[in-house]
Write a protein that binds this ligand. Structure first.
Ligand code: AMP
Ligand code: ZN
Ligand code: ZN
Length: 410
């Protein structure tokens, strides 16, 4: 008799005994709930307004902050968190895009958002579903498209009218299911803080109220999980996509003043501004745009600052201008409106700026209790998720070691 069967028999007996002793729920791997609070700044956790997020950090892990990828916008960064790929690699290079074959991509276009051809790489739910593990989405950019022919088992069309409480209730319903259908991975998304911060500024009473509302919603999720005896059996991962910077009224540049519209067309406005020179007008467009200006700087796509790891994807326009913190690029017709409106907020600035820092906190059986870890990069979340879900990660740009100090059993 070889050594292997002699060792295997007692081990098998132990495993069977272990299963018989614990209820099926205990034996099942812990579900992962990935939450995004759009526009939550790293420093928002220190305002004393978020007791529930503070408790998650105290009972789990908090990274000093999480650096977003370039550009620090919603769709590129949500999709980076779930693929571990830089926007330049996964192809969702901006919230507004133009593609030679696919045409225009806008957040408001249901058709574009649900067209898998815009979404490259393999998001975590696709890998999980391919491994036979159930997944569910209470919104997340990308979950409405059949990427590689696969959607989360449960998903819905993005609808802001579904309240934050309803979203949490749906997630709680899924988590209460039997292990055979309970999602191994669930996403949960909230836009409320981002909206209030854009409209009134990140330090406004309106943004503070949105922050407190969302913290209370997270508190409801925690209370319900605790009441079900599930709190210590779920791995909660709470992230944001980017931070937010105040924008004083009138800090706006007209895109038409950046370059003559007869020489280049602006594909995007806002903070990361892309221009496509008109046919035969490249030299004229470059002469007006390239280099440093009063409130922005422009580069050819191949010459962008290397730390942004951006500019090789065909969807990145030929010239990219980066607005300085606190400045917006708008159409000329909107300049007067910008000056007349109250102070607001924007993101889309250099990801290295402290104001753009996002959040990573986590709690659950996989995580240490009360650990503080150094800043991470948002490409590092995907290999962690793959590990928690129990699948082999697809190719990614992250560092799997970055989050091992957060794990109870690295
Ligand atoms: P932004 O601030 O422009 O980077 O984008 C934030 C906005 O994205 C939020 O106000 C949401 O309304 C919107 N958003 C988030 N998820 C989706 C989605 N799945 N489909 C369409 N819009 C979305
Ligand atoms: Zn966002
Ligand atoms: Zn936003």
């Amino acid at each position: 008799m070889s050594l292997l069967p002699r060792l295997a028999a007692p081990l098998l007996a132990l495993a069977i005994a272990g299963c018989a002793m614990s209820p099926a729920r205990d034996a099942a791997p812990a579900p992962v709930v990935l939450i995004s609070l759009d526009g939550l700044r790293a420093t928002d956790l220190d305002l004393g307004l978020t007791p529930n997020l503070a408790r998650i950090a105290a009972e789990g892990v908090r990274a000093e902050w999480m650096t977003p990828s370039y550009p620090s916008l919603t769709f590129p960064n949500h999709y980076t968190v779930v693929t571990g790929l830089r926007p330049d690699r996964h192809g969702v290079i901006h919230n507004t895009m133009r593609d030679a074959t696919l045409g225009e991509f806008k957040l408001a276009s249901k058709e574009a958002v649900s067209d898998a051809r815009w979404w490259g790489g393999e998001p975590i739910w696709v890998g999980a579903e391919r491994a036979g593990l159930p997944t569910a989405a209470m919104f997340w950019p990308g979950t409405e498209a059949a990427i590689g022919g696969v959607r989360p088992r449960r998903w819905s069309t993005y609808d802001e009218k579904i309240t934050a409480d309803e979203r949490v209730d749906r997630v709680l319903g899924w988590l209460a299911e039997d292990a055979s259908t309970r999602p191994r991975l669930t996403t949960l998304y909230f836009e409320k803080l981002d909206k209030a911060s854009h409209d009134r500024g990140p330090d406004s009473p309106e943004a503070r109220a949105a922050l407190q509302t969302l913290d209370a919603v997270i508190g409801r999720l925690l209370d319900a999980l605790r009441a079900n005896g599930q709190l210590d059996r779920v791995n909660l991962v709470i992230t944001s996509d980017h931070g937010m910077a105040p924008v004083p009224p009138g800090q706006a540049v007209a895109a038409e003043d950046m370059v003559d519209p007869a020489d280049a067309e602006s594909v995007t406005r806002g903070q990361s501004v892309g221009f496509t020179p008109r046919p035969g007008r490249t030299a004229a467009a470059e002469a007006q745009l390239l280099g440093r200006h009063a409130h922005y700087e422009c580069w050819r796509k191949a010459e962008l600052p290397p730390q942004w790891k951006y500019g090789t994807h065909p969807r990145v326009p030929a010239i990219v201008c980066q607005m300085d913190e606190g400045w917006d690029a708008v159409s000329r017709s909107s300049v007067a409106k910008h000056a007349a409106e109250p102070a607001g907020g924007s993101h889309g600035y250099d990801p290295q700026l402290p104001s753009m820092r996002a959040v990573f906190i986590a709690r659950g059986p996989a995580f240490k209790r009360g650990a503080r870890i150094p800043a991470i990069d948002n490409v590092d979340v995907y290999p962690l998720l793959a590990r928690l879900v129990g699948i082999k990660p697809a190719a990614h740009d992250g560092n799997p070691a970055a989050l091992t100090p957060a794990l109870a059993a690295p």
